[in-house]
Design a protein around this ligand. Sequence first.
Ligand code: G1P
Ligand code: ZN
Length: 546
Amino acid sequence: MDQNSDIISTKPFNDQKPGTSGLRKPVKVFQQSHYLENFVQAIFNTLPTLKGARLVVGGDGRYYNREAIQIIIRMATANGLGELLIGQGGILSTPSASHLIRKHQTDGGIILSASHNPGGPDKDFGIKFNTPNGGPAPEKITEAIYSESKQLKEYRIAEAREIDLDKLGKFELGSLKIRVIDSVADYSNLMQSLFDFDQIRDYLQGNDRRIAFDAMHAVTGPYAKQIFEQVLNCPPGTAFNAEPLLDFGGGHPDPNLAHAKELVKQMFSDNGPFFGAASDGDGDRNMILGRNIFVTPSDSLAILAANAAVIPGYKHGLAGVARSMPTSAAVDRVAEKLGIECYETPTGWKFFGNLLDAGKITLCGEESFGTGSDHVREKDGLWAVLFWLNLLAAKQQPVINIVQQHWQEFGRNAYARHDYEEVESDGANSLMEALRAKSSGLIGKPLGAFSVQYADDFSYTDPIDDSISNQQGLRIGFEDGSRIVFRLSGTGTQGATLRIYLEAYTQEKADFSANAHELLKPLAEIAAETAQITHFTGRDKPTVIT
Ligand code: G1P
Ligand code: ZN
């Protein structure tokens, strides 16, 4: 322990159980005395070797990011860690933090983010630990952190000066080394090693090739400015809302049709850009749009997998693919055609980690606007955007043609997610219990015009370490390939959020030009009736549809 360190007595908070993606709470909760400190100490206590440990630290720049990093620095020196690599200004996108952990072979990293949740003094903050492979800690480790947090009696923190996070360079605090690094350059180089930037640059010079990227006042702003406007020579303004703000400009930094309104309006207008995309608070999500078309994340994953051979970084083929359970089965059809394995995992990126590390999969994704590959161990928003641009350049085709051709070949998995946010936890839990109780009885029965093929509570056995995750969502699968899934969110911070995932499979040409919501209406009605949504939640419609 360093000289000016204090051992502070504390008592456990009993609500520090990490959810789908780390510990996420309102800022006010994190600002309570000892709250953040306890959790950081719990992380430190679970490191295999604390003394001399090297960690990457950075966040999405939201309110409380800088304060939290100063606390982590003071605790790191007091606990005898060896080195912290910190993004300039305290900012690192989640995928670039993952890259830095891998590149510098650190003992892991601490990422400060509540992802797509709004930011500001009355909004959310979050913290999560990533392991040395660059990925979110698996359940075994998050459980260990949680149990540490429940028995914590003290933490260590040094009285120390503030470190200037804006200045690149090396600092020392006691025996702790601190390196403030420019993460944009590293990340941009990684992207250039995967995609044909010359081909993309040439393609974007053509007529009517204006693109638009909405950084939603979040972390990808500086990355997008550098990559699109400097490296790819796009005109200034291509990346808009590009200045990261503490409260994301008051918006909800979630790249979907409901929240990236400005971009969506441009993409569905005359003379709009021919390609548009957006990313979320911490830069791991993406939304892809062509002129007058929105690509569902499930379709996006399937299309990237089907066309990976034209992309330099993936031209040698895919080892396999994976999708989270609620994600549509579009990619399953591609995997079947390619003759590769398709894994179905529970919701949350951490479940892809083992498969990626074992070389079982190359691409993976989630319906919740997350797509990624084995280049890092997080989903990666800008990576997906660059993959699409490289695809358009290689095929010399607009987004709409690529999507339509894909449906012609594989059929269409029309898809939507209906979220009922901030419902009462008791009601939401009762809804799930009631549905669970009756689900096996549905098998073989008709529901509306559909016939139930299977109905179960999804359980996953990790093929690499055999760990088992139960109760990961209720599925009702129909004989024609359509499906309804019910799940409670593990990232919300108020009450419960009920998610209903609807998927209708069709090979009818007429359905390829139909509105997804029209195609999904019968399934939405079945979902409402079977789960008695209004009865249990008091709601007659979802809060948001994505
Ligand atoms: C949500 C998404 C999930 C994603 C996670 C973190 O979790 O549904 O796919 O991995 O955010 O970005 P949920 O709130 O559903 O538990
Ligand atoms: Zn995110």
